[in-house]
Design a protein around this ligand. Structure first.
Ligand SMILES: C[S@@+](CC[C@H](N)C(=O)[O-])C[C@H]1O[C@@H](n2cnc3c(N)ncnc32)[C@H](O)[C@@H]1O
Length: 279
């Protein structure tokens, strides 16, 4: 495994823009001094077992707040009315689209941790006959994503507020065509590696819900995490590296640049994509 730069970025921000909202999630990965144990004090009962992110309360911009409260955006927000991160009863993503133009049998993509949602919405708009579900815990991002979906009139998007791992555990086997995880929190410090989303334990949960022939697509700008991922995934029974064992995939045209990708490139990071097919 190659060595990665051990950078603590120490980003702080007090403005109230979308940038700020997403920078607050950067703190999860970069300077999280309170994340030394797997079990932080719980902020609510639904988040107690989550350990791939740190929940932060940050300012929400007006559009995001509007989308989280106004009835015209309600159809996008699967569990908005259930409260913070409560996934009770969400056990089928296909049935969310039963009354939509695509219906429930259309190809289905789940994006884990879409951040502010720009690239997620761009992908959904570019492929209107495919259904897209995004799961995120960061409420300003959830609001912004719903706002973009609503203002563009998309009919193939649903947004879930909560922990992706808990959600995946509740879903049927062989349910999803593509699962995408773009620029997940890198958890650079050795004592935080256990929080990395790509781990054998979490991949068991991810692949269970993937259809046979379905994809798991991930990308990172952190070299250490990139080689960690290829090691975990190449050695995971039931997944085949589309580029051949040990190889990364060329950046696919269909993946728009994400906020965190751009930020990584500005800092001189590389970008590594990986696509695995479920056997
Ligand atoms: C580093 S950001 C990347 C955001 C976006 N994909 C991008 O590339 O700009 C990682 C995001 O994943 C979310 N996240 C981390 N673990 C998660 C989980 N278990 N369930 C849902 N979202 C999660 C965080 O809240 C954060 O917004």
């Amino acid at each position: 495994m190659s060595q990665h730069p051990d950078i603590n970025d120490n980003i702080t921000s007090s403005n109230t823009t979308d940038e700020q909202a997403l920078n607050s999630t950067e703190q999860h990965s970069d300077i999280d001094s309170s994340a030394d144990s797997e079990t932080e004090p719980a902020t609510d009962k639904h988040l107690r077992i989550v350990n791939t992110f740190m929940k932060r309360r940050t300012h929400m911009n007006k559009n995001a707040e509007l989308a989280l409260t106004a009835p015209e955006f309600a159809d996008y927000l699967v569990n908005n009315s259930f409260g913070d991160g409560n996934l009770d009863g969400i056990d089928n993503l296909r049935s969310l689209f039963t009354d939509s133009p695509n219906g429930s049998e259309a190809p289905l993509t789940l994006e884990i941790g879409f951040g502010l949602g720009d690239s997620f919405i761009e992908m959904a708009a570019a492929e209107p006959t495919r259904n897209f579900v995004g799961v995120e815990v960061h409420e300003p991002g959830i609001g912004k994503c719903a706002y973009m979906a609503g203002t563009q009139g998309l009919t193939n998007v649903k947004i879930i507020n909560g922990d992706a791992i808990q959600l995946l555990k509740q879903l049927p086997e062989n349910h999803i065509d593509r699962i995408q995880l773009y620029f997940p929190d890198p958890w650079q410090k050795k004592r935080h590696y256990k929080r990395r989303f790509v781990s054998p334990e979490r991949m068991t949960i991810v692949t269970r819900s993937l259809k046979q022939g379905g994809w798991f697509h991930t990308a990172t700008d952190w070299e250490h995490y990139a080689f960690w991922m290829v090691d975990v995934l190449d050695n995971f029974a039931g997944l085949t590296n589309q580029a051949g064992a040990g190889n990364f995939t060329d950046r696919p045209d269909f993946r728009p640049m994400t906020k965190f990708e751009r930020r990584g490139l500005e800092r001189g990071h590389g970008v590594w994509d990986l696509i695995y097919i479920k056997d």
